[in-house]
Design a binder for this molecule. Structure first.
Ligand SMILES: *[C@@H]1O[C@H](CO)[C@@H](O)[C@H](O)[C@H]1NC(C)=O
Ligand SMILES: *[C@@H]1O[C@H](CO)[C@@H](O)[C@H](O)[C@H]1NC(C)=O
Length: 479
């Protein structure tokens, strides 16, 4: 029993040792523990490392190199005078304490937990308003370590910064939106900022802004004097040129069309008071609406913008057409706003050429076609004969005063309808003729209208040429 047990024990021992040898042979990497090797390396690096002290403490200032890769820009808000951008913000510096030697690769990509353990510059944005680090799915940052101790620290930020805008040339303006950054605590004796010489500011190739074109991004460096010392700073300016298309569609086009619409009034009859006034008032109201609408996206700046000038110009033109009509209307003597009848044309016919004209010809009077039949003619006559002949009345009254009472009473009782004096008909005809001639001469096309038909379009065109030339020339890219 004992011997068998010993033999079994030996066999199992042999078996186990054999299997162990086979296993290690089949997996040669099992013992070659790379992870352990790097962890060891990092442990060694951080042994005695104080992350509250900057590199080269007591020596020359640490130089922090910065570069920015802009992923997207916007929104750019005129109301708040801010702009936002999404960027990769990269900082590199050399920390001699983190030098190491390794056979595999010269860069170590490390987790962000390493960041907590090493020194980092305390960079901040001078004109930043509400910037944040993206944290989905993990904080968007990484750190890489090179053999010579250079640390590359990159993070993805959305920077919202103030951008003081001058909107005098809006919407043909180019805005300069600055970004200024520097150390919060270290003065120039400790930390200096420099742009990365190879790539200062990169713009993503597929970046598109709805309202602006990014035309240039000049960058510079400088120092900022504060109470507790001088700080190294970097600055970059984003020159943004506004797209005009939206405003052409929304404001300039409709305004121009409204002004042209208001000129229709000059080609309408001077008697068409209702039409011309309603056209004028409608265009003024629409223009008011457009003018208010144009300013909704803008802050309530105290100065007029270029857009305001145009809206005001259009408004003034439309307003002027109403004033122009008021002048025309003031000089219109007859039939203003009313349907009027033509003069009794039979008298005219009798005088000159009765034989040549067809008595059943259709006459067009204003909007009415009046067939010349006796009833219409009598109506026309009655309109013309509205003022009673003054001579007839005077004669009757004079007669009553001079002669006896009986005669007066009899004339009062049955009012006499004396036949008009032989020359009355011709007098009436002459009066009518005179009216007709006056109507013809006064209600001809107004001189003011004729003048306005040329003056308004030409002056509008001239002012437009001046307006567009001055603003577009001023804002042509000459940066
Ligand atoms: C890492 O392991 C290799 C062998 O696999 C060894 O030659 C090297 O010295 C090790 N490095 C460190 C820093 O321990
Ligand atoms: C700006 O940077 C250059 C090197 O890129 C440097 O020589 C110069 O001193 C810097 N200017 C300031 C004011 O820091």
């Amino acid at each position: 029993m004992n011997g068998i047990g010993i033999i079994l024990w030996w066999i199992s021992l042999l078996f186990y040792s054999l299997s162990f040898v086979v296993c290690t042979r089949s997996d040669p990497g099992y013992k070659n523990n790379n992870h352990k090797n790097v962890s060891e390396l990092l442990d060694n690096l951080l042994r005695g490392y104080d992350n509250s002290i900057r590199p080269d403490f007591g020596g020359p200032p640490t130089i922090v190199e910065i570069d920015i890769m802009v992923r997207s820009m916007g929104p750019i808000s005129e109301v708040d005078m801010t702009y936002s951008m999404d960027c990769y913000f990269r900082q590199t510096w050399v920390d001699k304490r983190l030098e190491y030697h390794s056979t595999k690769g010269d860069t170590l990509a490390l987790s962000i937990s390493m960041l907590e353990k090493i020194w980092k510059p305390d960079t901040y944005f001078y004109n930043g308003k509400q910037s944040y680090l993206h944290t989905i799915t993990t904080p968007n940052k990484f750190v890489r370590l090179k053999m010579d101790g250079r640390v590359l620290y990159s993070s993805r930020l959305t920077v919202k910064a103030s951008c003081p805008m001058n909107l005098e040339d809006f919407p043909m303006d180019t805005q300069r939106c600055p970004l200024k950054l520097g150390s919060f605590g270290y003065t120039i004796s400790d930390v200096l900022y420099r742009w990365n010489a190879n790539r200062t500011v990169d713009i993503a190739l597929d970046m598109k802004m709805s309202q602006f074109d990014l035309i240039s991004t000049p960058s510079g460096n400088g120092t900022e004097k504060m109470k507790l010392g001088e700080y190294s700073t970097l600055d970059i300016n984003f020159y943004l040129q506004r797209h005009m298309g939206n405003f052409l569609i929304q404001v300039y086009g409709p305004c121009t069309l409204l002004v042209i619409l208001s000129w229709v009034s000059f080609w309408l009859n001077r008697e068409a008071t209702a039409d011309r006034v309603s056209l004028g008032v409608t265009t003024v109201l629409t223009m008011t609406f457009l003018g208010l609408e144009a300013r909704t996206d803008l802050p309530k700046v105290s100065y007029p913008t270029a857009l305001d000038f145009f809206v005001f110009l259009s408004f003034a033109f439309i307003f002027a057409t109403i004033i122009q009509f008021a002048i025309v209307h003031f000089h219109t003597k007859y039939g203003s706003g009313e349907v009027y009848f033509n003069e009794d044309s039979s008298s005219e016919e009798d005088d000159d050429d009765s034989g040549s004209e067809d008595p059943n010809r259709i006459r067009s009077v204003g909007n009415l076609d009046i067939r010349r039949d006796p009833s219409v003619r009598s109506l026309q006559m009655s309109i013309i004969e509205v003022p009673p002949p003054p001579r007839l009345n005077n004669g009757g009254m004079g007669g009553s005063s001079s002669s006896g009472e009986g005669r007066t009473s009899s004339s009062m009782r049955n009012p006499p309808t004396p036949p008009p004096p032989p020359n009355w008909a011709s007098f009436c005809r002459k009066q009518g003729r005179k009216h007709f001639l006056e109507m013809e001469s006064v209600n001809s096309v107004s001189k003011v209208d004729q003048f306005a038909r040329v003056f308004f379009p030409v002056s509008f065109l001239a002012i437009n040429v001046f307006y567009w030339y001055s603003y577009l020339y001023k804002n042509s890219p000459h940066l």
